[in-house]
Design a protein around this ligand. Sequence first.
Ligand code: SAM
Ligand code: SF4
Length: 345
Amino acid sequence: MTTSVRDLVGPDDLAGAHGLVDQHGRVATDLRVSLTDRCNLRCTYCMPPEGLNWLPTSQILTDDEINRLVRIGVEELGINEIRFTGGEPLIRPGLVEIVRTAKSLSPPPEVSLTTNAIGLERLARPLADAGLDRINVSLDTLDKLQFKQLTHRDRIDDVLAGLVAAKAAGLIPVKVNAVLMRGLNEDPVPLLEFCLEHDFELRYIEQMPLDAQHEWKRDQMITAEEILEKLQAAVVLTPDPAHRGSAPAETWLVNGGPAKVGIIASVTRAFCGTCDRTRLTADGQIRNCLFAREESDLRTALRDGSSDDVIADRWRAATWTKLPGHGIDDPTFLQPVRPMSAIGG
Ligand code: SAM
Ligand code: SF4
């Protein structure tokens, strides 16, 4: 007879449990790894134009330290999906080898990347050859001027070249992530038309209170409902019959399919009950949620000679304390201290 996660009563009992389970019965199998908190764009919903105080290099995990934690996650803790992110993961020099090492684990996890695509034109092929399975490119507008206003950099041509290169390298379906902002890029239709034309799968993400400037306002954000209404004025959307599982995006078939569009309604239609994520920051902290206000330090254990078993047990204990939900709608909600770029989105 197998032991139900719900029969466990506390972290001490976790010695008998293999994976990353929490006291609400969820199991984390999807690891998000932030490879750096630095970035070459300054997206308004993420960080201020002048950038941030970056983490000191001495605190950033080395490639070997990342590889070790990824191996422990996969081989000891049941992680079967890994997404590398940041900050901007393409600016980490060791990225291709980190991907290759992750794909060489047994059993090999699904490995994906979330990126702003600057530099992807050069890196798409090496990443695909290293075993990268999938890629999500963030692009919020097709308008050059709007892109510059939104990101404070004139780099849309690099992003578009990166998208083309990703498709040519076989990283398909290429997914495009977009955040809409009031007064800037409010119309979701042009991006959808672009993605339909190029066979990219578009997903809109509701803007979340994770900007370093703490300027997010609930009554200003463009909701999933508003996006849907605007899309439905241009195309016919029908609910996607594919099983959603723990996927954060709710998807629709466009004009009968097979093309799809998705919306990640993290704020207005929270999906915390099916969350299967665990997060590792670039400086070696485990977070249970984007919105967590607590972290568990694995960097010290990595650097003080702790065994894999000790590190795995710390990771299990951290997961056990995962809260049932992010509580954005709770009057006591407080934005996390770390901004999105330092957590890894
Ligand atoms: N730099 C890479 C990129 O932009 O794809 C990876 C890191 S970025 C933090 C990951 C994703 O988070 C991007 O798709 C970005 O649009 C999204 N993001 C950043 N800040 C956000 C916010 N406040 N609300 C919603 N999504 C956000
Ligand atoms: Fe950089 Fe990504 Fe944040 Fe934009 S969303 S500033 S690309 S980390």
